[in-house]
Ligand binder design. Structure first.
Ligand code: NAD
Ligand code: ZN
Length: 237
């Protein structure tokens, strides 16, 4: 551990990729762990454009339920330490698959939310966009105040493209990163796995923090088989 910290302290550029696991200790269920089901549905049955076309009200109910959990949750030690890391390296960036907003609430500014933001909604037709942490709709599904079309959650659903520019930026940042930390993500979503593989192929030292085996294991140089909260409480840089 000491040798690892010594090397980390000399890093010029550090990247972190987080998934649902980092927010588990804040009380937000992961998709694939306990509490990941809503009613009888799996996430893959709700977080898709097809599900939204078929039943927008059902999809919105699920998001409103999750939004409430996210708005009541607080950043944990892992989010807070990562916000602090931002100030410790000449270059630092956090890529998160989470939509819960906890990294920003912990104070992180260099954040790319690859999969969107649960507190934002956008119109399915026009350019209307709303971002409001306290907004819960009283009638679902909500409609656009500007053109009357359906609003949708500002989320990258399974099968949808990432937001323009995010992947270009991610690949360019990861091309020359000294360290990549992969925290609390299962590796069941393809693009983040590609990002980690790309960083590794371009010479980054890769470090994983996850109490369970994941799809990232084969491309990791160092593994900490523990909860994010335990790891980040222990480490001081
Ligand atoms: P996932 O549910 O597939 O996997 C969660 C991973 O976290 C697992 O590998 C698990 O072993 C690990 N984990 C559980 N508790 C942990 C802890 N305390 N510390 C560290 N690791 C822990 O989640 P995913 O890989 O992020 O992919 C699912 C998709 O679901 C993502 O696109 C994400 O946007 C979305 N999602 C987001 C949230 C959120 O915003 N908080 C919650 C659920 C799902
Ligand atoms: Zn509109």
């Amino acid at each position: 551990m000491q040798e690892f910290i010594h090397k980390l302290k000399q890093a010029k550029r550090v990247a972190v990729l987080t998934g649902a696991g980092i927010s588990q200790e804040s009380g937000i269920p992961t998709f694939r762990g306990e509490g990941g089901l809503w009613k009888q549905y799996r996430a893959e049955e709700l977080a898709t454009p097809e599900a939204f076309r078929r039943d927008p009200q059902l999809v919105w109910e699920w998001y409103e339920w999750r939004k409430k959990i996210c708005s009541e949750a607080k950043p944990n030690i892992a989010h807070l330490k990562l916000a602090d890391w931002e100030k410790k390296f000449p270059e630092f960036h956090l890529f998160t698959q989470n939509v819960d907003g906890l990294h920003r609430r912990a104070g992180s500014q260099q954040v790319t939310s690859l999969h969107g933001d649960i507190f934002s909604a956008r119109c399915t037709k026009c350019k209307y966009f709303l971002s409001d942490r306290d907004r819960f709709w009283d009638s679902l599904p909500p409609h656009c105040p500007s053109c009357g079309s359906l609003l949708r959650p500002h989320i990258v659903w399974f099968g949808e493209s990432y937001f323009e520019g995010d992947l270009d930026f991610a690949f360019s940042f990861l091309k020359e990163t000294d360290f990549l930390f992969v925290v609390g993500t299962s590796g069941s979503v393809g693009v983040p796995v590609q990002l980690a593989a790309f960083a590794k192929a371009n010479g980054a030292t890769t470090v994983e923090i996850n109490p369970m085996p994941s799809g990232y294991q084969s491309m990791m140089d160092i593994q900490f088989s523990e909860k994010a909260g335990e790891f980040f409480s222990r480490i001081d840089i």
